[in-house]
Design a binder for this molecule. Structure first.
Ligand SMILES: NC(=O)c1ccc[n+]([C@@H]2O[C@H](COP(=O)([O-])OP(=O)(O)OC[C@H]3O[C@@H](n4cnc5c(N)ncnc54)[C@H](O)[C@@H]3O)[C@@H](O)[C@H]2O)c1
Length: 277
């Protein structure tokens, strides 16, 4: 049965973390529309259940599972639950769960915020890759999408923990893509700028930079559904990097070709944000 289907995103047996909201929910719903069976995992079982209910109410197949991705044993248990719930072995894993932290410079960001962000945004993705990559490789078919950010390659000021975790996710994805080359497993890393989701209200964002952040979301935020569509198309093509918005692609080029201009711009942004905070 695996290998006959050349389009990983169609008829997938999928696990999506952070599926209770935003980009994760958009991935789960889109996979179900493509006749996939989807395990919607989230630390918040209530919102994961909402996503699963939305899918089931439109004739799709979905199940909600509670999982804190920062805990290795919970991700291992998620894989076992997915085996039990899904009609076929998992062939697509979307390591999407993540949180936002911002507003304080390095040295003033609390160690608790550092550990919290590293636990979810970085260790969560490491756990997902550690648990699922060997299974997919052994099957010889499948896909892994890791959700990073433009922050993974272009660090913005006052977002130290977030930048560090996303840079780690990018490095991990590049490593995994090389290691799965020729195995039938595609790896894609999503690096968006601003997407209209709950991350800006549920994360640990300093009140001082909230107005600036809200303005940015208002001016540049895009819907999660389009980002999910672009990413699944890239996965099916075997494309590693996904920069779904024009500003993400501009930042990529600025960082690559004009790194000193980028650095000066980031410094200016930092002074501006600190003055407003
Ligand atoms: N929204 C953006 O502008 C943006 C930009 C770049 C990257 N991202 C990344 O996209 C991913 C999804 O974020 P979103 O914007 O949809 O945010 P969101 O807040 O709407 O959704 C995140 C989901 O992750 C879940 N979650 C949080 N901690 C968890 C844990 N420990 N275990 C399992 N689930 C957990 C939350 O309950 C929530 O349902 C994140 O990795 C985020 O860093 C978002």
């Amino acid at each position: 049965m695996f290998g006959r289907n050349k389009t990983i995103s169609a008829n997938a047996s999928a696990v999506v973390t952070g599926a209770g909201s935003g980009i994760g929910r958009a991935f789960a719903e889109e996979l179900a529309r493509r006749n996939g069976a989807v395990v919607c995992a989230d630390i918040n079982l209530g919102t994961a259940q909402e996503t699963a209910d939305r899918i089931v109410s439109t004739g799709g197949r979905a199940w909600a599972v509670q999982c804190d991705v920062s805990v290795q044993a919970e991700v291992e248990a998620l894989a076992e639950q997915a085996d039990a719930l899904l009609p076929e072995p998992v062939n697509l894993v979307i390591n999407n769960a993540g949180v936002g932290v911002g507003g304080k410079p390095v040295g003033e960001t609390s160690m608790d915020d550092w550990h919290w962000t590293m636990g979810i945004n970085l260790w969560g993705v490491i756990h997902g890759c550690h648990v699922f990559a060997p299974r997919l490789k052994a099957q010889g078919y499948g896909g892994i999408i890791n959700v990073a950010s433009t922050a993974s390659f272009a660090a913005a000021p006052l977002m130290g923990p977030y930048n560090v975790t996303k840079a780690g996710v990018l490095a991990l994805s590049e490593t995994l893509a090389a290691e799965t080359s020729g195995t039938g497993v595609n790896v894609t890393v999503l690096c968006p700028t601003v997407v209209n989701t709950n991350i800006f209200t549920t994360g640990r964002i300093d009140a001082g930079i909230t107005p600036l952040m809200n303005r940015l979301v208002e001016l540049t935020g895009v819907p999660a559904e389009g980002v999910a569509l672009t990413t699944l198309k890239a996965l099916d093509r075997g494309q590693l990097y996904v920069l779904p918005q024009m500003d993400a692609r501009m930042i990529w080029r600025a960082k690559r070709y004009l790194p000193s201009v980028y650095t000066r711009g980031a410094g200016l942004l930092s002074r501006l944000a600190s003055a407003k905070a």
